[in-house]
Write a protein that binds this ligand. Structure first.
Ligand code: SIN
Ligand code: CO
Length: 378
């Protein structure tokens, strides 16, 4: 599959990453020319009514109000004509066009990409001035939105105390711009921004993942726990009578410190953890295995004349001969690795490339799990 063109105007990914990524905002006029959005309003409202879809409604009249979905269609259709916005996360898991849009950002690597969120807003709607901790591309769909930006200062922004959202208390925008359909604004983490719908409009946010140190360390300790820690009983043969039975004594602390200092891991274990962690699917994801799966023989025949497509919900990454798929890890033979790398990179591959054993068995298992599907070549 040819690499999809990154929507960066004339800029190459290299120039973008070198000059703007994590450094400064970039406005790309007509990043997606003739862009008419990815989803119709009625389909978006249907999504916002689903239990397994994360949605929020933000109202500003006169105070800020936030509600979490799902939302009934009647509720949505009775909202006022101004000052609200509906946000739906993970649009790429439910809408093929959004998945295809996300894939155009492959230059930033799958391990870093998170999701496409849509915000549908009526005039005056927005989520207020705030800063995000991740990189984001804001692609304007139908309608116009005004963005105002405030660069990060030396200290984190102070936040409004009594708002149900994390809003910047003293928002002093340094720049203002109006985005028309197809325009796109890149924002590095930490930049204050406020988007306000000038008319009924929609914005697609292509967001990135950046697991914080706390999140990563907690998950790593869980991983080490699963792997097992070196065992050893606490001992204090020289114990003296306690004059204060409630006091934690120095010996106990020293022993505990020695035990904790013995926690060790190898670079290989850290890499293994990262592969599993980064390929873990989103929390709400449930895979749908085929209702009537093909037999292994019929699958193999079909594989030879089909294209294999990775399900949008599947996270597939690799490192050398290790393949990480939806939180699982496996080592494959060198001759299988090349085609599996291609499948992970491009998210699709000609089935004939995988129709040899033992790769075909692997693909069959993933097909049975609903991680990928076959589409007959025409
Ligand atoms: C929005 O599109 O209204 C919110 C997106 C963002 O500010 O990150
Ligand atoms: Co934001």
């Amino acid at each position: 599959m040819p690499a999809l063109t990154p929507p960066l105007g004339g800029l190459s990914p290299k120039a973008f990453l070198g000059g703007y990524w994590q450094k400064r905002p970039l406005l790309v006029r007509q990043a997606v020319p003739c862009f008419e959005g990815l989803i119709e309003k009625r389909d978006l409202f249907t999504l916002a009514g689903k239990e397994d879809v994360e949605s929020r409604l933000v109202l500003r009249s006169p105070d800020w109000q936030v509600a979490s979905g799902p939302f009934g269609r009647r509720h949505l259709s009775r909202l006022p004509a101004t000052n609200w916005t509906l946000l739906v996360n993970d649009l790429n898991l439910h809408c093929k066009a959004a998945d295809a849009l996300l894939r155009r950002f492959s230059f930033a690597s799958w391990a870093r990409l998170d999701d496409v969120m849509i915000s549908f807003a009526v005039p005056g709607g927005g989520v207020g001035p705030h800063a995000d901790s991740y990189d984001v591309f804001l692609l304007q769909g139908r309608g116009r939105r005004r963005w105002r930006l405030m660069p990060p200062g030396r200290r984190p922004f102070s936040l409004l105390r009594e708002a149900p959202l994390k809003l910047i208390a003293h928002f002093r925008p340094a720049e203002e711009m109006t985005l028309d359909p197809g325009d796109m604004l890149y924002l590095p983490p930490g930049w204050g921004h406020e988007g306000t719908a000038l008319e009924t409009c929609e914005t697609y946010s292509i967001g990135f993942r950046a697991p914080g140190a706390t999140e990563l360390s907690t998950a790593f300790l869980d991983f080490l726990h699963e792997r097992g820690f070196a065992d050893g009983a606490y001992s204090d043969p020289g114990r003296k009578p306690a004059s204060h039975p409630a006091r934690i004594d120095e010996h106990l602390l020293r022993e505990a410190g020695r035990t904790l200092a013995k926690i060790r891991w190898t670079d290989g274990e850290a890499a293994e953890f990262m592969g599993r962690y980064l390929s873990e699917p989103k929390q709400q994801v449930v895979f749908e295995p085929p209702a009537r799966p093909l037999s292994p023989q019929a699958f193999l025949r079909s594989l030879r004349v089909s294209t294999v497509r990775v399900d949008p919900r599947t996270r597939m990454l690799f490192r050398a001969q290790r393949i990480y798929i939806n939180g699982a890890s496996l080592r494959v033979e060198r001759r299988s690795a090349t085609a599996l790398h291609e499948l992970a990179d491009d998210r699709e591959i000609t089935g004939a490339r995988l129709a040899r054993q033992p790769t075909a068995d692997l693909i069959y298992d993933w097909y049975r799990a609903g991680f990928l599907s076959l589409e007959k070549n025409r």
